[in-house]
Structures are given as C-alpha cells and as structure tokens.
Design a protein around this ligand. Structure first.
Ligand code: TYD
Ligand code: MG
Length: 454
C-alpha cells in the first residue's frame, strides 16, 4: 500500500498533501516539512476485538462531585489552576526561555510533594545534578521529589508506569523524543507525538502531567498549536526582561476560569508570591505627572491597579509615530480616532507613545477611558488628581459603556488609598466608603469635566 505523505507547517500546524516553500495559512517561509506517520501503537489493535464499549448517559445523579483537587499552598498557583491540581489533568506551561518555568515548576513540585502527592520531575534539559543544585539553592533540597534526567519517551513512560506518581512534570516537551516517529526532537511531529503519549498516559493512569513548552518569538508554543488543543489547561508564564515580576496566566482551563493570573517576583532565592500586585505595579509612581493615569483593572477575578503613561509630542517627521507597549495598537488608534471625531481633539502631527508601567500587558477594553485620559493629560500637560482611578469602555460613538466588576475595582482602589474614580454613568454596584464617584456618560463630558472645555 502506498504511504500517504503529509506535510505540516512548524509554525501553525496547518497540514498539506504536498510540500511548498511558504505556508498559505500563516505565511511563514520554509516552515513546512514532511511529517513522519505515527506507528501503530498498542491502542490500535483493540483488545475488545472491535466490539466497542458501552456508553453512558450524562447523568447528573451518577456523576461524581467536583474532582478532588490538591492545593500546593502557593495561592498564586492554585488560583490559576482553578483551585488546585486536578488528578489526571494535562497542563501545558508555556513561556520564553529563561523566564523561570523550571524554577516555578521545581518549587511547585516541592509544594505538591509537601501536600502529600508523589511527584516525579523529568528534566530533559538539565542533568540531575544541575536540578539538584538548583533545588538546593531554592532551599528545596529535602523535598521528597523524585528526579529523572531523561529524554526518551519510551523510558520515561516505563519509569512513570513503575512509579505511578500523582504528578509528573516534563521539562520540556521540546526535548522529548518518541522512537515511534522518525523526526528530530523539537520538530512538530515529535512534539505532537510526545504530547499525545503523555496526555494519554495522564488519562489512563490518573497522573496529572505538566508539560513545559518553550514559546517562539511569535508567542506560540514552539511546534504546532495542536498541543494546546490536547491538554486541559494552558498556562503562560510571562514577564518583561529587566523587570523582576512574573505573571502566570491561564489562557485555557477546562477545570476553572481562563484569564486568571498569579503574580510572582523573581528573587535570588527563587520565585516569591506577590499577594498584592497593585502595590507592586504602583510602587515607583511619581505623585503627580501629566500623562500618567491609574487604571482600575481586573484580571480574571482579581482586581489590579496599573498605571498607563502617555507622551504626546510634535512629530519631527510627516508620518507621526504611534508606539504602544503593554496594550493593543489597534485599540489605541481607535481611541485617537474617537477623540478626533467626537471631541474634535486632533492628534495629527503629534507623536504618541503609550506604555503600561511595570511591563504588564493589559487586554481589557475597560482600559479605554484610562488610555483616553492619559492621552489627553499628556497632550494638555495637565495632571489628573493623584488620588483618582479611571475605567470604562469607549464605544465608537464616544459613549461610555459600563464594565464588569465595578465594585471589585473600586474596593481595590480604596484599599490602596485612592479616593476618587471616574467611570461610566450607568455603572452599578455598591460604592466603598471614602470613594467619590465622578460618573460620566460620554467622552465629551469626561473631557469637559477633567480638562475644562478642551
Ligand atoms: P529558569 O527557571 O531556568 O527558566 P526557564 O526554565 O523558563 O528557561 O530560570 C532562569 C532564570 O531565572 C535565570 O536567568 C536565573 C533566574 N533565577 C533567579 O533569578 N533566581 C533563582 O533563584 C533562580 C533559580 C533562577
Ligand atoms: Mg527550563
């Protein structure tokens, strides 16, 4: 029988039946390679002789209660997992090389072991001695975590089968290779095959499996996105170079809310938790400076105050610059257009720089009003009151839309000593004592209230 050839793009995972130099799906060059077929695994020749298995109704009465979770005791991690580790779950932890994934997972391994789980940490990147040295440095030398330095998947699965741990950490999926696939470690086929076998193992044996994945410069887990589809939970560990804080973000979670974040700080002795991130992000704030506005944001269920900073200056070139760090460039263009069209405040001929202090990434539309306020404050060279937070979504008409979790945002503001909030008129929720609301219905009214008639 002729073998069917399949070709896969290493960037996006698109499949083709013939080779080409450029991927039609994502536009990458030289990313397409032939994929070796999966050899028939033990699962193929079914023991039941193809008779099939009885199926069950999704009957609530017989369904088990919520899965028993184990908490590591690191609140920042447990929350992101959706309230602890679920048995038999498959979790992918992605992040740039050097961001601290191995450090985080070694610490987590020790904590879970301390909470009574049997834990195996498989390192494909570092020798056992190196991992042990790191553990010693982190003060985890005595933690009952079992170590294996191994990259061959067959050996790893045999080890896991023998040890039957509650939790297995595979660092990293890119270093693993399966002898069922004729391709180099790190290639799409290998990453996919290794992930597939490890996830199947998790489901079959009830072991929770954590896969560490490096991220490419485009921000994807290196290799195909199919790994993200295979696992139950996808966490990203992110942070800016030069900043010591790190954010663990759930981007997919079958066992809890996505968008939840955990905040850590990288210190000389490993990662420490940051229970009050707003204080960290506002720590080196200047008291009153034009262009700086504090946004009362929410990440998942957690309120987070961050400072938006804008700089607006006459452009020396005909093509004015728009530079954004930590927010969406398209959304900035929209707010500039709304300010121009609805409030008659032009930004033509002006360079605009927008930055989220501390290196955080904000994706909430609720930040619209804070961005507009920062832009106006910079343009007019007028500082907003130092004790004010701002939030609200701006529609194309210039109207302000209320956003979720108003009360949560206001409480956090009050906790950190802010006493005024500018927000959309129709926002609901109770107001904490000591916080004065400045409710505005549209952007024109906001401009008038904050900066005079414009
Ligand atoms: P690592 O966990 O090896 O990153 P990854 O697994 O994501 O590639 O972390 C590497 C960086 O973390 C390295 O640059 C040193 C720094 N680090 C500390 O600052 N303090 C520590 O206690 C440890 C263990 C690492
Ligand atoms: Mg590592």
């Amino acid at each position: 029988m002729a073998r069917i050839r399949e070709y896969v793009c290493a960037e996006c995972g698109a499949r083709y039946n013939k080779w080409s130099g450029r991927c039609d799906a994502c536009g990458a060059w030289n990313s397409i390679a032939e994929e070796a077929p999966l050899a028939a695994g033990p699962g193929r020749g079914s023991a039941s002789g193809g008779r099939g298995k009885p199926v069950q109704l999704l009957d609530l009465a017989t369904e088990e209660a919520a899965p028993p979770r184990t908490c590591s005791g690191m609140d920042e991690l447990d929350r992101v997992l959706g309230g602890g580790l679920v048995p038999a779950s498959a979790i992918l932890v992605g992040g740039d090389p050097g961001i601290g994934k191995s450090t985080l997972l070694l610490q987590a391994a020790a904590e879970f072991a301390g909470a009574g789980l049997s834990v195996v940490y498989v390192s494909g990147e570092e020798a056992s001695a190196q991992v042990r040295m790191r553990a010693q440095r982190l003060g985890l030398g005595r933690a009952p975590v079992r170590l294996a330095a191994e990259t061959g998947l067959t050996d790893i699965l045999a080890t896991l089968d023998r040890e039957r741990p509650d939790l297995a950490i595979i660092d990293s999926i890119q270093t693993m290779w399966s002898d069922r696939v004729e391709a180099a470690p790190g290639s799409v086929s290998q990453v996919r095959a290794a992930a597939h076998e490890l996830v199947s193992f998790a489901k079959r044996r009830g072991t929770a499996v954590v896969l560490v994945g490096h991220v490419t410069k485009e921000g994807q887990i290196a290799g195909p996105r199919v790994v993200e589809h295979m696992v139950d939970t996808v966490l990203y560990f992110e942070g800016e170079r030069g900043h010591q804080f790190r954010i663990l973000r759930a981007v997919k979670n079958r066992f809890g809310p996505a968008d939840e974040i955990g905040v850590f700080e990288m210190t000389g002795a490993g990662l420490t938790q940051v229970p009050n991130p707003s204080a960290l992000f506002l720590s080196d704030r200047e008291v009153r400076s034009p262009g700086a506005v504090v946004f009362a944001g929410v990440e998942g269920t957690r309120p987070l105050l961050v400072e938006f900073q804008a700089l607006v200056a006459p452009s020396p070139t005909p093509q004015a610059r728009r530079t954004v760090v930590g927010w969406d460039g398209g959304r900035l263009a929209m707010i500039l257009a709304v300010l121009e069209a609805r409030c008659a405040i032009p930004f033509a001929g002006l360079d605009v720089y927008l930055n989220v202090a501390g290196g955080l990434r904000v994706s909430e539309p609720a930040a619209d009003l804070a961005v507009a306020a920062a832009l106006l404050s910079a343009r007019e060279d007028v500082a907003l009151p130092a004790d004010m937070v701002v939030f609200g979504e701006i529609s194309l008409s210039g109207a302000l839309r209320p956003v979720g979790q108003t009360e949560n945002r206001l409480k956090e503001a009050q906790k950190l000593g802010f006493s005024q909030a500018a927000l959309p008129e129709r926002s609901s929720g109770s107001v904490p004592a000591g916080v004065t609301l400045r409710r505005v219905s549209d952007l024109t009214e906001f401009v008038g209230e904050m900066f005079g008639a414009g």
